[in-house]
Design a protein around this ligand. Structure first.
Ligand code: ANZ
Ligand code: ZN
Length: 798
């Protein structure tokens, strides 16, 4: 009987003591495998963590056993709102609760028995780390990629902080679900939009799930079109609109400005001032999602002003409406109600002109057709040609040009919260905005702060924090009191691991250029448009500043699926349907839990948990162990074709499937091999060779039990430093078969023969078979029928 409790502990201690998995920095052939680091929550390690860490551990171990130098570090994304909210509720300081949670989680992660390299851990809330997060901010600032501006921002009234666009889901705060409102606030941004095109183009060369690439592509939202300049009647003012349908310009019967467009107040006539003011107020209360919802009834008001359509000089009224967003394109549109659904609805409601410019049966019509009412475009039918023609005409009169818009916005990084890295900026009455000197980093986060949220930065209430000297002139000055979004911390942590103790720089260029990109990155798909985009931006920005020489942080990306409760529902603490890993390690051990997570699910799909599933795997491991336990010392060189055949096909399949993270089929193949071994063991004494192969094959998947088996087979540890079995190409097919020998159609014998025998040779073997001779002795043989690959039938008289 295998005692998992004793042995898992024994081997984990052995691995740790002997530093079996220590990454060798000197070797060139690195593989950098990384699982997204976790937030150290008080809720302990859940099944999702286990799934995220234990399955890739098999890949890492397999890579080691196939001769690679694998780096698989672990750390914690330790700043963030939950710890702060917990503190507000319970009074436990975020630093204290976070440190305690990290301690427990490390213990729990260690129970997995992974190859994690704790010697290079990264904990983002530690001064040694956030010092460099602040350094990153300073580099971006110096390179004009960080700036502060007053902007309408997403604000969560319950978390009392601004949110990045990415953190607003369906108009609600991603964290707490409250309805997000818009507020005008002065905030820090990173210029991710500088990289919009490169972020889009770079996707093509990444080995990432197509789904995720599409999410990023849509998030970046590149739109090729034109800007057209409209004059405002009776003034020298103009405004630009962004349009993807410049070919419909003759059909523009009005223009719409976003309510927040600064021009609105300048052009609104006396008569409409009140209406416009009220409308602006209403619009400011709504989220972008609600505003652009297609089911929402269109609303809007006239400003009293007119614009002049540059192509035909026609006067068109200028309206404001919430369906136009201030943050996209130019915050203004030319409305073509005949050919745009939203404009059509709007024009119909407010009785505005509708002029078709493409022939059609019904309006609105968004398809192609013959251009009408369009002077220079009349009779054309090709949309691209019409666009080209219109643009060259507008260019000639200096009223428009080709242009591209992106949905991607600059990344809002300041938060009015406590538990994050302080933004290293100082405000001086004389010198203005002054970056903290690099030698003065870190700007330490003070411990004693009143952080109950009231919409203002908690740090602003800390005198000791706020007051400082201006680095330029030395006069009294004040610190920036906002902290950085925690996504800033996680945008560069993968660069820190390979050089985690560097106290001169965030990382050494030589080291990261050698160690990165990450070869395989594993984590949830929910990060598609946040972390995964931000990290790509950081890599590109750092490259442009000369700190790295590669373009992308993560070469290959894998999203693990989700482990659901037995009914197929998402597990959650509030629903009380969580399945805790602790309980199962206690009952079955790490190997069984790992093997079940690998065998029971398609890694990228996940699925419902099953107690029977883990029980079955536990039984299987028991069978495996008994095979080795009952090994009788047979060390012969004898081999069996049927076993060799299954063995080599198993090796071949595993080597292919594990690369695809299909651990489930790998285990299924090993089960087949165990089946034939069990069967064989009941007939013959199994040569050691086959048991050694079994142990090696299983080692990456169940590392503890195999270490024990390896020792039982007379080897010294560690099996994890052995080579993974190679395929013997000659044994992928069985070259022999059991030829049946019949006499007058009755089976009288069997012989194992080569598939290559000729019919004559088959006949010879049959006629020489002892039993066949017994039945044919003294009889007259009439004929011999051979069925190649199957049988020989000897037909006799009488
Ligand atoms: C005239 C027009 C005529 C348009 C037509 C469409 C169809 P995408 O593809 O998403 O980039 N638009 C431009 N800026 C906007 C803003 N800030 N808020 C809301 N809508 C805006 O969409 C581009 C189209 O969306 C633009 O092309 C513009 O309407 C509108 F038959 O211009 B179009
Ligand atoms: Zn100063």
């Amino acid at each position: 009987m295998y005692n998992f409790k004793e042995n898992e502990k024994k081997w984990q201690e052995y691995w740790k003591k002997n530093k079996i998995y220590k990454f060798n920095k000197e070797r060139e052939d690195k593989i950098y495998e990384l699982e997204m680091f976790s937030y150290p929550s008080g809720a302990k390690l859940h099944m999702g963590h286990w799934y995220n860490y234990s399955v890739p551990d098999a890949w890492a171990r397999y890579k080691r056993m196939t001769g690679h130098n694998v780096f698989n570090p672990m750390g914690f994304d330790a700043f963030g709102l939950p710890a702060e909210n917990y503190a507000i509720k319970t009074g436990v300081h975020p630093k204290d609760s976070t440190e305690k949670n990290i301690e427990t989680m490390i213990k729990q992660i260690e129970a997995i028995g992974g190859i994690f390299d704790w010697d290079n851990d990264v904990i983002t809330c530690k001064e040694e780390y956030y010092k460099w997060t602040q350094w990153m901010f300073l580099q971006l600032y110096k390179n004009k990629k960080a700036y502060k501006k007053e902007a309408p921002v997403n604000y969560c009234p319950s978390c009392n902080t601004v949110l990045a666009n990415e953190q607003v889901v369906g108009g609600e705060c991603e964290r707490c679900g409250s309805t997000v409102i818009r507020k005008n606030l002065s905030q820090w941004f990173f210029k991710i939009t500088d990289y919009a095109d490169e972020l889009l183009e770079g996707l093509k060369n990444l080995d990432w799930p197509e789904k995720t690439k599409n999410l990023q592509k849509n998030w970046i939202g590149k739109s090729v079109g034109a800007t057209v300049t409209f004059e405002i009647k009776g003034t020298s003012k103009t405004f630009d609109v962004f349009t993807t349908r410049v070919d419909t310009l003759y059909g523009c019967t009005y223009c719409v400005l976003a309510p927040e467009n600064p021009l609105v107040d300048e052009i609104t006539t006396e008569e409409y001032k009140d209406k416009v003011k009220n409308y602006k107020l209403e619009a400011s209360k709504m989220s972008e999602i609600d505003r652009t919802s297609t089911v929402k009834e269109k609303t809007g008001v006239w400003t009293g002003a007119y614009a002049i359509n540059p192509i035909n000089g026609k006067e068109v009224p200028i309206w404001i409406s919430d369906y136009v967003l201030a943050t996209y394109g130019t915050g203004a549109v030319m409305a073509v109600p005949a050919h745009d659904e939203r404009d059509f609805e709007f024009a119909s409601k407010f009785s505005l002109d509708i002029i078709p410019v493409i022939e059609s049966e019904n309006l609105p019509y968004t398809g192609n057709g013959k251009y009408i009412n369009s002077n220079i475009l009349n009779d054309l039918t090709d949309r691209d040609e019409a666009k080209e023609k219109m643009i060259s005409k507008l260019e000639k009169i200096n009223k428009g040009k080709k242009s591209t818009s992106y949905k991607l916005r600059d990344w809002l990084v300041s938060r009015q919260r406590y538990w994050g890295a302080p933004i290293p900026i100082i405000y001086c009455e004389d010198c203005g905005t002054v970056p903290v000197l690099e030698k003065d980093l870190p700007v330490k986060l003070p411990y004693n702060v009143e952080f109950a949220p009231d919409g203002k930065s908690p740090l602003a209430k800390s005198e000791e924090f706020v007051n400082c000297k201006c680095p330029k002139c030395g006069k009294n000055a004040k610190r920036e009191c906002d902290t950085l979004d925690t996504f800033v911390c996680s945008s560069w942590y993968y660069l820190r691991y390979p050089d985690a103790f560097n106290d001169k720089e965030p990382f050494n260029k030589k080291v990261v250029d050698k160690m990165l990109p990450v070869d395989v990155y594993i984590g949830g798909v929910e990060h598609a448009c946040m972390h995964l985009l931000y990290a790509r931006f950081f890599t590109k920005a750092l490259r442009d500043m000369g700190y790295l020489s590669f373009d992308e942080p993560f070469k290959r990306l894998i999203h693990q699926g989700m482990i659901l409760d037995p009914e197929g529902q998402k597990m959650s603490k509030s629903k009380g349907n969580t399945v805790s890993p602790d309980e199962y390690i206690e009952k079955y051990g790490s190997d069984a839990l790992r093997a079940y997570l690998m065998f029971g699910f398609n890694y990228v799909d996940g699925g419902p948990w099953s107690d029977d599933g883990i029980k079955a795997i536990d039984k299987f491991l028991g069978r495996v162990y008994r095979l080795v336990e009952s090994y009788d010392g047979n060390n012969s060189k004898e081999r069996y074709d049927d076993v060799d055949y299954v063995l080599n096909n198993t090796i071949k399949s595993i080597r292919e499937d594990i690369e695809k993270f299909q651990m489930n089929t790998c285990i299924a193949r090993i089960m087949e091999y165990v089946n034939i071994l069990t069967k064989k063991a009941s007939e013959i004494s199994l040569p050691k060779f086959y048991l050694e192969k079994l142990t090696l094959l299983l080692a990456p998947f169940t590392p503890h039990i195999t270490e024990e088996m390896w020792e039982k087979l007379g080897h010294t540890p560690s099996i994890h430093n052995e080579k993974y079995p190679e395929v013997d190409e000659n044994k992928l097919e069985i070259k022999t078969y059991e030829m049946v020998i019949q006499v007058n159609g009755k089976v009288r014998g069997k012989e194992t023969v080569s598939k290559d025998l000729t019919e004559k040779e088959m006949e010879k073997v049959a006629l020489e078979n002892e039993n066949a001779i017994k039945f044919t002795k003294d009889k007259q043989i009439i004929k011999v029928i051979t069925v190649p690959g199957k049988l020989v039938n000897i037909v006799i008289k009488g």
